[in-house]
Design a protein around this ligand. Structure first.
Ligand code: NAP
Length: 292
């Protein structure tokens, strides 16, 4: 169902498209920032059928929207519809943030900078020494994450995915953009090998999400200084993060990424760089608890 709220307001308007769209948290996040910054704009939601994304984006432009976000399952369709893409969106093969430049549709992928933004805010020195990273998964989210990670002080990234070909294609695509990057692929059955030298382990699979099996991985070999991150945010404490907690490893949950990925879009549409605060985090956390 479309959310018409705010359409009558004279002010800047943004929107999120997806299907289903009812439980998207972006309207809560952007609505919070609009109120906090006293901007008389709106951030709406619109349910869009697969196959209708390009036409909907043109309609949104004609209706006066400045831009918006794209969520599951439309990120690839939005990517294909864009006239201009950022390099990280091109690498990701997916667009989660769009805006209009005159008649042109422009697309970005802010998932990775959201993740790295949260990580760097939590531990500013995480990459003071060249970091070794183990990426679990090679799906859409992993594609979004990997380029912003390679922009940092990273020594090597090993990628492991249930379907090995997906990890291989991700690494070979990246090699063309980051020819000096040290990327390797591990078989999924070997996902626990070599964990003793890993500085940052990131779960980008859907394992551990409510209703999904947990990620079966023995963290015992990990260094005491290692960081374990999970981008799943329902539940906020996944079995992987619970295990990392028992081992007293540093932990990063998926909610911070969700909040930080929203920052560039808000700044672009509404002209103010918003803050990710403990109060905002609490609001979204309470909403997640309420709706699951
Ligand atoms: N925190 C945030 O802001 C944020 C942003 C985006 C996504 N996410 C979360 O990230 C997760 C992945 O999203 P996505 O968009 O990347 O999805 P996706 O493109 O469908 O990829 C799913 C990934 O999970 C793996 N996987 C699924 N079931 C598995 C199983 N039973 N055993 C082993 N691996 C399995 C897939 O491996 P195969 O390739 O072998 O299928 C693939 O690597 C979701 O839980 C999503 O909610 C969080």
């Amino acid at each position: 169902m479309d959310d018409q709220a705010g359409k009558g307001l004279a002010g800047p308007r943004a929107v999120i498209i997806g299907r289903p769209i009812k439980h998207a948290r972006s309207p809560l996040i952007h609505g919070y920032w609009l109120a906090e910054n006293q901007i008389a704009g709106s951030y709406d939601r619109r349910e869009v059928m697969p196959g209708a994304v390009a036409a909907t984006l043109r309609d949104l432009r004609d209706e006066g929207y400045l831009g918006g976000n794209v969520t599951v399952p439309h990120k690839e369709e939005a990517f294909a519809a864009c006239d201009h893409l950022t390099e990280r969106a091109r690498i990701a093969g997916a667009v989660n943030t769009f805006w209009f430049d005159g008649p042109d549709l422009c697309g970005d992928n802010t998932d990775g900078i959201g993740f790295v933004g949260h990580l760097s805010e939590t531990w500013p020195d995480w990459d003071r020494n060249p970091a070794e990273i183990r990426l679990m998964g090679a799906g859409g989210a992993a594609r979004g994450l990997i380029a912003p990670l390679l922009d940092r002080n990273v020594k090597t990234i090993s990628v492991t995915n249930r379907s090995r070909d997906r990890a291989e294609s991700l690494c070979s695509d990246l090699k063309t953009v980051f020819p000096d990057a040290k990327l390797s692929v591990l078989d999924w059955k070997d996902r626990g090998l070599g964990l003793g030298t890993v500085d940052l382990l990131v779960n980008t699979t859907s394992l551990g999400m409510a209703g999904q099996p947990s990620l079966d991985l023995d963290l015992t070999p990990m260094k005491a200084t290692a960081i374990v991150a999970d981008i799943v945010y329902i539940p906020l404490e996944t079995p992987l993060l619970a295990e990392a907690g028992r081992m007293r490893l540093r932990r990063l949950d998926g909610l911070g990424m969700l909040l930080h990925q929203a920052v560039p879009g808000f700044e672009r549409w509404f002209g103010v760089r918003p803050r990710v605060t403990a109060e905002l985090r609490q609001e979204v956390f309470a909403d997640l608890l309420g709706q699951g």
